[in-house]
Design a protein around this ligand. Structure first.
Ligand code: NAP
Length: 213
């Protein structure tokens, strides 16, 4: 399979590139021009600005499964810390992608976006509206609306709180996003590759993804 990973330099993106490459797919990692990034063996790195529609068009994604792990960066985890990305990053890229012909898009949104707002337990409903977390959630909300109009299959993966662990987890759709719900970035990336390979089927435009054990 041809796999293109957007946001390949991020926490989930690095795992997505590694996992897809290890499974023998032809992987392209898309990285910003100035970001330090060392790809795993056999992975092609393409540098450019995904916010530029011409760059996205130049990728020629017709035969590709696109895994998008893009998301707004903040200076720290604190909700009011400085935003380091444009407030409309993900929706902008979503608009560029909708104009293209893709085989399939699997992309990272967040638990609490769209219909999963009702699955948020107290006090997460308040936390996802706070400061620049709220800005990022508004961006994802809009991106989900944009991608709902896509002519290609598109799945919004809405993870619960992301962690750095590397242990194998059993992950899948969860009914609630609770304050203690966590999932490793590695597990999110692996589930995305599993879904692309048909090993983790899911109907519908979005999934609340969490640890099942
Ligand atoms: N943290 C949580 O608990 C949580 C929970 C649910 C969902 N999420 C969502 O999951 C996403 C992925 O998480 P993560 O930890 O893998 O994020 P991350 O490590 O912050 O990675 C973000 C990726 O987006 C890229 N990016 C940021 N601004 C950009 C810009 N202006 N132009 C191009 N690329 C840009 C980054 O590129 P550079 O390396 O070049 O900066 C990086 O590759 C988050 O962004 C968030 O939306 C997070």
């Amino acid at each position: 399979m041809k796999v293109t990973v957007l946001g390949a330099s991020g926490g989930c993106g690095r795992w997505a590139v590694q996992c897809a490459a290890q499974r023998g797919h032809e992987v392209r990692a898309i990285v910003r021009p100035t970001t330090t990034y060392e790809p795993p063996p056999g992975v092609n790195v393409l540098r450019g600005e995904v916010t530029d529609p011409e760059f996205v068009a130049s990728l020629d994604l017709r035969e590709d499964v696109v895994l998008s792990c893009l998301g707004q960066r903040r200076a720290s985890l604190l909700p009011w810390s400085k935003r380091l990305s444009p407030p409309d990053l993900v929706q902008t890229v979503a608009r560029h992608l909708v104009g293209q012909n893709l085989r399939q898009l699997i992309w990272i949104s967040a638990g609490g976006v769209g219909s999963s707002r009702e699955q948020l337990a107290f006090p997460l409903g308040w936390m996802v509206r706070a400061g620049n977390v709220g800005v990022a959630y508004a961006d994802l909300e809009e991106a989900e609306k944009v991608l709902a109009q896509a002519d290609f299959p598109s799945l919004a993966v809405r993870p619960v709180t992301l962690t750095r662990g590397t242990k194998d987890q059993v992950v899948g759709e969860v009914p609630r996003y609770r304050p203690w719900s966590t999932i490793h970035r590695r597990s999110v990336a692996r589930w995305m590759v599993d879904h692309a390979e048909g090993l983790a089927p899911h109907d519908g435009p979005a999934i609340l993804l969490g640890n099942l054990r």
